[in-house]
Design a protein around this ligand. Sequence first.
Ligand SMILES: [Zn+2]
Length: 165
Amino acid sequence: MKIGIGYDVHKFAQERKLILGGVEIPYRLGLLGHSDADVLVHAVIDAILGAAKLGDIGRLFPDTDASYKDISSLKLLSEAGHILYKEGYSIENIDCIICAEAPKIAPYALEMERNIANALNIPPDTVGVKGKTEEGLGFTGRGEGISAQAVCLIEKRGEPRFLKT
Ligand SMILES: [Zn+2]
């Protein structure tokens, strides 16, 4: 078994949609980014890739590549999942935190969990999403942006990579 960690930050901007975990949340601001700026899904992608040491989101899906402009991050998550599965790994569970002063995350958490699980083709009860405020402290506390953290536990199925002969 191996564990990976992912972290991401996006700042708020006018006239952008707020997409978190693939859910469009009604709010006066959205997040700035090349793709749909789904900060939660980006953290999950880095946790998955990091667990298997398969690189990171910036290396696999560079923001200089025009084909990723405004793309749904759930599609990138599916791609990351395929890369992981090809290496013989399976995902045991994923746990995430979204740090945002506003909006409230709880009403949308279940739908985010389902979206992430669907994109990776894993059971919904293996994905956890929770929201936190930072008590008015720091950039999330001041409402300047949103950060997200994720951990992912993976297991290698099949043959070990280093067999002694
Ligand atoms: Zn990002």
